[in-house]
Each structure stands twice: as C-alpha cells, then as structure tokens.
Design a protein around this ligand. Structure first.
Ligand code: DC
Length: 677
C-alpha cells in the first residue's frame, strides 16, 4: 500500500487545462471496432491503463498492427475488415472485464479458429456464462481444459465465423450484450436478442452509438432484438478523438468550489451529448451553484459562488455521487443524494464508507454509518454541512481518509482537502493509499497539482527556423498554455494584402485595405497544442496558404511596415485576455518582438538561436524554400520593432539540443514563474 499523501490546500484559484485521461469504456470499444474496420484508424486521447494495454497486446498477438504512443495518447490501428490474421492464439485478459467479453465475441468471427483464453483469479469468477452460451448456440464451442463445456475462464474457443440469431442473458453485466452488438454487423443476417433485462443501460447505449460512429448503425427490430440493416466491415476513422473520462472530469468540475475565487479549469473535449452518461454530473453541479461555460466542445469550470444544498438523484450517473458528497460539507444547506443503492455493492459499500469518512471529519449524516451498517436496504445519504465542525476535528492535524481500495474515495476527498479550511494553507486532509487512483486515473495527483498555478505569459522570440513553433507548441501542450504564433498574423495580413492587389510600397492603400479587414480569433488544435488562429471575416487561413513562396517572399517587407505593426499590436496583446478567459494556465506567444514590444513584462522571456546552417536545413526538411538569412537581415535591420534579444531574456542556442531538452529547460523556468506566491 502506498504511504498516505497530505493534500496541500489551494490558496489561489485553480487554473489551467485539466489533464483528464481518456474514457476506458470508449477506448476498449473503439479498439475493437477499429480492428473490425477496413483500413487505418488513428486515435487521440486514448487511455493507457492496465485494461486497455491488455486489449492492445491481445490484438497484437492476433496479428493486428497496433502502434501505441503512451506519452502522446495516440494509437494507430490497421483494421482488417473482420479478418483475424491468426486462427490460433493464447490470450490472457487479466481482470479486464471489457477485454474479456469483447475479445471473446470478436474471436467468434474467425472461421475455424482455436483460441485459448484465460484471466486473473478474479476474472475467472466474473460472469461470462451468458456470452459463452449465446456463442455456443451459434455453433462455437467453449471448452474447459478437461474438454467439458465452459461457463467462465479458462476456456478454449473453437469458432465458426458465423453468428446467426443469438439470444443473450446479460443480467449480470451489460458487457455481455455489448460484446455481441459490436460483432453483429460483421455477420450478415445475424441478430441479438436480450433475454430478460440488463444493468447499466447507458453503456449499451454507448456501444450502439459507437457502432454508428464507425459506420454501422444498429437498430431494434419489432421483436426488440438488435439488428444491423446494412451489415459489413466498420468504416475506419482517419482520426477518432476519444472523449475524456466524464467521471474523472467531475473532480475538476468540483475543484473551483473549494479553491474559490474566479477559478478557471478547462476540460477539453468534455461535452454533454457525448457518449458518456456521467456528463450529467455537470447538470447537478450547475444546480448546486457551479458556473460552467461550454465553449466549442470544451467545458470551463469557472467558479462556485455558493455550493447550494438540495436533493439529487444520482441513479443514472452514480459513479459521480462521491464527488458531490465530499464538497457537500461546504454547502449552504443539507445535500440529499438518492438513487445510490447499487453502489453499496461496488468496489466497496460506497454509501457506508462515505458516511463513515464524513463522520470521521465531524460531519453529521443521515442515515448514520451505524444505521447503514445495520440495514443494507438504506439507499440514500443526507449530508449536513458545517465548516465549524471540520475545523474542530482538524484542529489537531490532518485527518487521514480511508480509501477502501476505491479510487473514487481518494480522488473526491483530495478535492475536499484542496479547500483552505483554516485560511492559512495548513493541510487538514491526508489520503491513504493514494496509488489506488491508478485503476482509472494514474496521474490524478499530478493533474490536480498542475492546476495550482499563476497565470504565466511566455514570450519566445527568434529568427526564422530557430525552432520557435515546435518549442512553443510543445510548451503549450505540457503546461496548459494557449499558443499564439504571431508570425502567422503577419503571414495572414501579407496574404490578404497580396489578394487585394495592394502595392506594398503604397502606405495609403495598405492602411485602407487593413481598415476593411475583420480580424478575430479561433481556438484550434495544432499538433497537440491549443492555438489561437487569426481569422479574417470569421475564417482562419489554411497553413498552406500562409507558407506559399509569394507570402514567404513578401512577409518580412510587410512586417516592417509601421502601419501593419500598429494594426496588430493591440490584437496580439488581446490574446492574453483570451487565454485567461478560456481558462488556460497562461499564454505562449512566439514571434520577433514579443519579449521586447508586445509583452515586455512577460514572466518568462526566451530568445531562441541556432546556427544558420541548422536553420536552413530545418526549413528544407519541412519541404520549404525560404531565404533564412535574407529574412533575418530584413527582420533585424528594420526600424520598427526589429528582431533583437530582449534585454533580460533567457538566450538559448538549440543548434545541438533536442526539442525535448529545450522544452525541459524552458519548462523549469515556467514552473517557477507559475508557482503561486
Ligand atoms: O515566424 P515566421 O517565419 O512565420 O514569421 C513570418 C515573418 O513575420 C517574419 O519574417 C518576421 C515577421 N514577424 C515579425 O516581424 N514579428 C513577429 N512578432 C512575428 C513575425
């Protein structure tokens, strides 16, 4: 067991991009669908945890090409349209329920396959019978090592490649049904009928919607069975962004309630109407007083002026009830949480454990822990908030929270511990066995820590091809900053002026052309970072248009014009406010005069250099013809805002350094600058 972790309260509002991992349920479903698609699917935002690694390894052992980059969160998978390269394999599914069920149904598509499957001790005890019975009825055989019919792991699966009209008992787990639904389109004329009822309906819904996203929508026939009216291989997705885990996101929606003030936590890719039922937590949070701002597929958790008491039914998204239960102790009135009976048989008896820990903090709950222990049928919890009680209990020092090998206790009480109870930053909560978060969120505490920052402005100046863009983008990605490429601003205006046929020597025409432009900003994803792109009449310009030989030849001349620079200065400075409003931890702006003119008071100012040969080589490797020295000459000798190393800036020659080293070096400076004072 890992030693207890003392939680340090936040003394400044939380700010930055919450690094929420991808959803496990979506990652493992999407991997199966991509393997059954015709062609290459590339995933972004994938979760890498034990369960998803097991499925990836299993697919590889079956002959699939799966390339995973755990740091970038990307997976590239070549789907074979329903063909499984190896018809013999040994597969171990660990204790991963999704991998166990999904793979078993997947293998059934192999004509004349013989697969030996096994799992951990715990997995051997988990329900598989309903799925194996359904497959057996379709002609497969699942045999124990002694040759008798199997109802669970281990077993050898002899397959026929045909499904037919299946019936499945999925009362024990909806995954038994989901597994069959995903292979259904690959076997024309097949159908799946549910015997009785199943649990966790939202997950069946998620499976069906994913099948649709991969080009094979499922439908319900009049008798209630599932069918695919246009069967065939799934359609590969050039890029498929896996939604961040909605349950994990709930902790960061709650965080501003405890850090107070005008916090700003960005949840990239978090949107209601996605595949996960747990996004409903956002509605409860809003009802309790959270100010949440949706913005183009991102949710910004801004503040909780008050945590309002009330009565809430968590039945359909019960994994998130713990998130509210902990911050409920800070509410303005009692918080009643209903619909959580089934959570009494999850990782632990969650209702009893929550009541126990809240009572240990001095908080009154109803029913009490003793009553819950005596009566297993009690199914709700009312929490009576009292900061005074918390202060009394914690006066002697931090209270150690038991986590019951349940990741959700560790995470929800860590959020509460981030509250500055005594107003002096004194810790008052410690989390026992903090590593239990690895089940779904291995980097939870780092993600929490990353939001304890001051807004930081980083300027990166340097000549053409000095490595500004790659460095800035990577810094933006790693530190939750908004990336702004001011070179692209000059390029956009150059393109617009050339389009308008303006003579670059005629200041009058240039001014009048500029005055007609409607410039704005749009947040875009660019190479893993979030960038702000300049828009003209609402539309950003394609990168290819910004780097034509004509633009390359004219841009330095345009950038030397005082009228152009004045025109852009306020716009560029306004990007700082944009970054702040959008919840970024800061801004990284690259160009020639950022540290000297645009943001001379930036907390971190960097001047990048590299030898001319190295820079020309980099441009050539990017496939661009660019007169690096000629442009440098124009940029450094112009009268207005020439390219110089700003006084006091950190000068960094990267000729002989890797990008990773440069980013790490600057990262250290950013971390110090971002430390709350
Ligand atoms: O970084 P880049 O190559 O995309 O920049 C294009 C041109 O824009 C460059 O020649 C100089 C000019 N520029 C500038 O004058 N001031 C800035 N802050 C950024 C770019």
């Amino acid at each position: 067991m890992s030693p207890p972790l003392i939680i340090r309260p936040f003394q400044t509002p939380a700010r930055g991009v919450a690094q929420v991992p991808g959803s496990k349920s979506i990652t493992n479903r999407a991997l199966i669908l991509a393997a059954l698609a015709d062609g290459v699917t590339s995933f972004t935002g994938a979760l890498f945890s034990r369960d998803t690694r097991l499925l990836i390894t299993a697919l590889q052992s079956l002959g699939f090409v799966v390339e995973a980059d755990e740091v970038a969160g990307t997976i590239r998978l070549i789907g074979l349209g329903g063909r499984i390269p190896h018809n013999r394999a040994k597969i171990h599914v660990g204790n991963a329920g999704t991998a166990a069920r999904f793979l078993t149904a997947f293998l059934a598509l192999s004509p004349a396959g013989v697969y030996e499957l096994d799992g951990d001790e715990a997995m051997r005890a988990r329900p598989m019978g309903g799925l194996l019975d359904a497959l057996t009825a379709s002609g497969c055989r699942a045999l124990k090592p002694d040759g008798s019919p199997a109802t669970g792991f281990p077993f050898t699966l002899h397959t026929t490649g045909k499904l037919g009209r299946l019936e499945v008992d999925a009362a024990a787990s909806s995954q038994l049904l989901s597994a069959l639904l995903m292979v259904l389109p690959l076997s024309p004329g097949s159908s799946v009928r549910l015997k009785g009822a199943t649990v966790s309906e939202p997950f069946v819904e998620m499976t069906a919607r994913l099948c649709g996203q991969f080009g094979r929508p499922l439908e319900r026939a009049t008798d209630g069975s599932w069918i695919c009216v246009s069967p065939g291989a799934y359609v590969a997705q050039a890029t498929y962004a896996i939604e961040p885990d909605a349950t994990a996101a709930s902790y960061f929606i709650a965080l501003p309630a405890v850090t107070g003030g005008r916090a700003s936590v960005r949840l990239e890719g978090y949107a209601a109407g996605g595949l996960q039922g747990d996004t409903a937590f956002a509605k409860v949070a809003a009802a309790c007083g959270a100010v949440l701002k949706p913005s183009a597929g991102t949710l910004i958790a801004e503040s909780w002026p008050v945590v309002r008491g009330g009565d809430f039914d968590f039945n359909a998204f019960s994994d998130t009830f713990l998130t509210l239960a902990t911050i409920a102790v800070l509410a303005d009135g009692p918080v009643k949480i209903r619909g959580i009976a089934h959570t009494r048989q999850q990782e632990t008896d969650r209702v009893l454990a929550m009541a126990t820990e809240l009572e240990r903090l001095g908080i009154k709950v109803e029913p009490t822990a003793a009553q819950l222990r005596a009566d297993a049928s009690l199914s709700s919890l009312t929490i009576f908030p009292s900061k005074a009680a918390l202060r009394r209990t914690a006066a002697v020092g931090p209270i150690s929270i038991h986590t019951y090998e349940d990741h959700r206790f560790a995470m929800s009480f860590a959020i509460l511990g981030s509250y500055d109870l005594f107003g002096d930053g004194r810790p008052w909560i410690a989390i026992e066995d903090p590593d239990c978060t690895a089940k779904t969120f291995p980097h939870f505490f780092q993600a929490l820590e990353a939001l304890r920052t001051n807004f930081v402005r980083v300027s990166i100046d340097g000549g053409a091809a000095s490595g500004k863009s790659s460095t800035s983008r990577r810094l933006a990605q790693l530190h939750g900053l908004l990336h702004v490429d001011t070179g692209a601003h000059y390029r956009s205006l150059t393109h617009a002026l050339l389009q308008a046929g303006a003579s670059l020597d005629d200041v009058g025409t240039i001014k009048s052309t500029l005055s007609k432009l409607r410039i704005g900003s749009l947040l875009i994803a660019s190479q893993g970072a979030r960038s702000s792109a300049l828009t003209l009449a609402g539309a950003p310009m394609a990168d290819t248009d910004l780097r034509t030989p004509e633009v390359n030849a004219a841009v330095s001349k345009v950038a030397a014009l005082p009228a152009v620079r004045t025109f852009l200065l306020e716009y560029q400075r306004s990007q700082v406010k944009l970054a702040s409003d959008q919840g970024f931890a800061g801004v990284v702006m690259e160009g020639r005069d950022i540290g000297s003119v645009v943001l001379p008071d930036a907390e971190v100012r960097i001047f990048l250099e590299a030898e001319v040969e190295a820079r020309s080589r980099r441009r050539a490797e990017e496939g661009q013809s660019d007169q690096v020295t000629q442009r440098d000459h124009l940029d450094t000798t112009r009268k207005t805002a020439p390219l110089i190393c700003p006084s006091g800036a950190y000068r960094l020659d990267n000729t002989h350094k890797s990008l990773a080293d440069v980013v790490a070096e600057i990262g250290e400076i950013i971390k110090v600058a971002a430390l709350p004072r």
